[in-house]
Design a protein. Structure first.
Ligand SMILES: [Zn+2]
Length: 213
């Protein structure tokens, strides 16, 4: 669940409340509805997000203007010219839905990792800068001052299915009435009914974009 950034920070992440609106820079980790709540009445430039996240948001909120968004892609660093002092932000894959990223902020306020929603696998951590995680037996050179971590399932006692098995399960549920054969390993589908198949692809894309965690 998104939370407001502390008052001293010049940016917001995934919140579009009146108090967030007073921040000078806005970041959006991904396009899920609980992270875009309030964005339709939020017209403050700029909102930093990936291109895919922006496209999904604009589909849902066509009243928003494309020019509100500034693109940042996985692995990209941007220096933000803030009136107080410039800071740097870098986007990393959060292994969540398509377009989802986590943000690493580095500035005079400290080093802050905001994960948004994430499926934090070892590979995700390996993508972070070496100075924070260390490699090949080396100790990290510095640490994060703050980590904002989404803990929706932090106390969930049952095992969560893998991302791959979730996709497989949803695909089966949606497509089975229409498909003669589904070959997941090659993402090849053989359709029994023309329009049914097309609708099936449509709903499959919707599910993959919005429902998978
Ligand atoms: Zn999400």
């Amino acid at each position: 669940m998104p939370i407001e950034m502390p008052k001293g920070l010049p940016f917001s992440v995934d919140t579009f409340s009146p108090s967030s609106k007073r921040k000078r820079h806005h970041f959006l980790t991904h396009a899920h509805k609980d992270h875009t709540s309030g964005i339709s009445s939020h017209f403050s430039y700029p909102i930093y997000s990936t291109h895919l996240t922006k496209s999904l948001v604009l589909l849902h909120y066509p009243q928003l203007d494309d020019s509100l968004f500034v693109g940042i892609e996985v692995g990209e660093s941007i220096v933000i010219n803030d009136p107080d002092e410039e800071f740097q932000v870098t986007a990393f894959d959060s292994n969540h839905c398509p377009g989802a990223v986590m943000f690493l902020f580095e500035g005079s306020f400290g080093n802050i990792l905001h994960t948004g929603d994430c499926r934090l696998m070892p590979e995700c951590l390996q993508n972070l800068p070496e100075k924070y995680i260390g490699r090949k037996g080396k100790e990290p050179q510095c640490c994060f001052d703050y980590v904002f971590l989404d803990c929706t399932f932090g106390r969930f006692s049952r095992n969560l299915p893998s991302k791959h098995s979730s996709i497989r399960q949803r695909t089966t549920e949606i497509c089975l009435p229409y498909a003669d054969n589904i070959f997941f390993s090659h993402y090849h589908f053989k359709w029994r009914r023309g329009w049914g198949g097309i609708l099936c692809i449509f709903f499959l894309l919707i599910v993959m974009f919005y429902n998978l965690n």
